[in-house]
Design a protein around this ligand. Sequence first.
Ligand code: AMP
Ligand code: MG
Length: 478
Amino acid sequence: MTNSWNFEATYLDLRDIFYDRGPVHPVDKPVLVLWNEALAETLGLDAEARQDVALFAGNRQTDTSFSQAYAGHQFGHFTMLGDGRALMLGEHVAPNGKRVDVQLKGSGPTEYSRGGDGRAAVGPMVREFLISEAMHALGIPTNRALAVVTTGEPIMRQGPKHGAILTRVASSHLRVGTFQYAAAAGSIDDVIALADYAIHRHDPDLEGKPDRYEQFLGRVITRQAKLIAEWQLVGFIHGVMNTDNTFISGEGLDYGPCAFMDTYHPNTVFSSIDREGRYAYANQPYIESWNLARLAETLLPLLADTQEAAVDIANKLLNDYTETYKDAYFTGLAHKIGLYVRKDGDDALTDELLRLMMESEADFTNTFRALTLGDTDALVFAKQDDGKAWLAAWRKRLGEQGLPDEDVTRLMRQHNPAVIPRNHHVEAAIQAAERGDFDPTHALLDVLRNPYDYEADCGRYVSPGPPRTYPYQTFCGT
Ligand code: AMP
Ligand code: MG
């Protein structure tokens, strides 16, 4: 076993209502099938770390391992949850001093399993690996995927599936739902202890400040507003934006029934469990604001001496969410069409582009890709009168900017991925993985590592796929 891991467990300083340290559930024949060497390097792991399959299989009880309690609003309904199938191996302190949580998903039942088997199927773990690494490469805050092992044990879902365990890495696993849990199951002292812990890990510059809880709430709100704007700007639909799937750190997580949108429509939903479209593309910014209001509620007693004053503070911060989100989103859209500085009228210009895309059922990613490449003939709306009018208005606005074409192109290349994880490729990789073939996953990962590389030969990965695959549905099935 390597000694390049440097595990601690400061989380265990919290009161024991916050975690479970139940027994591990070893598996017989774990096999490492995916490994993220680049991430291993940033964590300071040596070559031996990869060999320690027993660790990634959750076969060893350690001093630093635990599962976390949390609650959450799932599709609007409050439930007590917790890591029903996850085991924290500990907090690894990397050579660069950064503390990260290293967690197994699919490692067996815990106190929080609520009757579930605590296991995960290989397909969904491959999806989570692919999407989190694609997100990271896109420059969008996310937890990371380090490894997948298959367990050699069958699990029952819709039919038998191969079991697998994902090792994931995050700057912490503190969720809005962790605060909801502290408020519901603990006392005000538990909420304070958790908030202090979160501040220590994520916003240490606030420690000791009299208004630290207010500022902390503001920071979480800002991070989430920016995260959701980034998702919108690449057409990503998370699918299960429950409060337990919302990290305090502002990183995204739990890429289950999620997908990148192909044909642009604001009402797009992929998740088979989201029948009412609660988490549709256009709803994501509002849902996040709702989730943050749930966080604010738990912190009210920490914000001011009277309830009224606390509510005023929380409301102000939640209003800031809308401003921060809109600014990040519309500025990002302006960048996507080559505008360095967003001016009056630009929001109307980008809105009109989105309207054209919606009416002509244009592909989200490939529309911006074509604009970036100057390939406007490829646009489905290029020959319509309103399409021509938009292109003329856009060129006029670019002209006013007075910058060389190379500068415009550079900006657009930075903000418009040439390639995203296309649903048909993700599905093909998952299906192959279910048969024990991880080559398509590796090939897809190679392409997704450089999403802004317009010179790379990513030919077939650019196509939205055959139309008959729609409507595409992703399943929790998990
Ligand atoms: P997720 O959809 O992965 O965010 O999970 C939501 C909640 O259900 C979390 O508390 C999970 O730990 C729990 N959960 C999901 N699948 C299982 C399972 N197979 N066994 C036990 N708990 C599970
Ligand atoms: Mg979750």
